[in-house]
Design a protein around this ligand. Structure first.
Ligand SMILES: *Cc1c(COP(=O)(O)O)cnc(C)c1O
Length: 227
């Protein structure tokens, strides 16, 4: 895998409103440094215990995105530096991010992860749950988080039509919220959807952030995925 070529490929392929997150989970610091040398500054990780040492070892102008399931008791380790948490899947997690944001004198940007797939293994809110959360008094009290948009993962399938329908539905909900009356700390700007296998569909359906691992760094020889 030539990392530089892959990154340049995506730079050409992505539309101006869609940015590339290089998903570097399981790959060593040296590999990430190679992508950094090629000009990539946005990286995604799915485990706190990998994210923290990589943040410490690598240049500080990298934007680190947390894209994997996040446990409340681990928020404190990433709160000082994380650029965007894509995987907020419960109100209690959002409250803990707010608490840690306050401790670090930061407003931490978050996306609400939505369940759009058929798979039983994926986390996330339903549309009703998001609407309830956004109209609650709870959300208004969270001064140290800002909701920047939504994230979703399509069903793991070869059926591209099915994936397209799922992304299209997520985008429709995103647009609906964008046009709704939202609290000041909710701004619908980012729609995180699309991975190596389906980024082109996601981009067509309005994605602003694609999360690409395999197509940049090659395969991962662990079971680390999507936990
Ligand atoms: C691993 C992962 C990706 C990247 O997947 P690829 O198929 O390797 O591009 C994207 N999003 C999440 C949440 C992931 O865990």
């Amino acid at each position: 895998m030539n990392i530089k070529n892959s990154i340049n490929y995506f730079r050409q392929k992505l539309t101006p409103q869609c940015r590339l997150i290089a998903v570097s989970k399981t790959h060593p610091v040296e590999t990430i440094a190679e992508a950094y040398e090629a000009g990539q500054r946005i990286f995604g990780e799915n485990k706190v215990q990998e994210l923290v040492p990589k943040y410490e070892a690598l240049p500080k102008d990298i934007e680190w995105h947390m894209i994997g399931h996040l446990q409340s008791n681990k928020v404190k380790y990433i709160a000082p530096f994380v650029h965007l948490i894509h995987s907020v899947d419960s109100t209690s997690l959002l409250q803990e991010i707010n608490r840690q944001g306050k401790k670090n004198a930061r407003v931490i940007p978050c996306l609400l992860q939505m369940f759009i797939a058929d798979d039983e293994t994926k986390w996330g809110f339903s549309e009703t749950e998001v609407e309830e959360l956004l109209s609650s008094t709870t959300i208004r009290e969270l001064q140290n988080v800002v909701i920047r948009g939504l994230m979703g993962m399509a069903t793991f399938t070869d059926d591209r039509k099915k994936i397209q329908i799922e992304f299209n539905k997520l985008n429709s909900f995103f647009i609906k919220l964008k046009n709704a009356d939202l609290p000041p700390n909710v701004q619908m700007q980012e729609l995180s959807m699309g991975m190596s296998g389906d980024f082109d569909i996601a981009m067509q359906e309005g994605s602003t952030l694609v999360r690409i691992g395999t197509a940049i760094f090659g395969g991962r020889n662990t079971n680390n995925d999507m936990v």
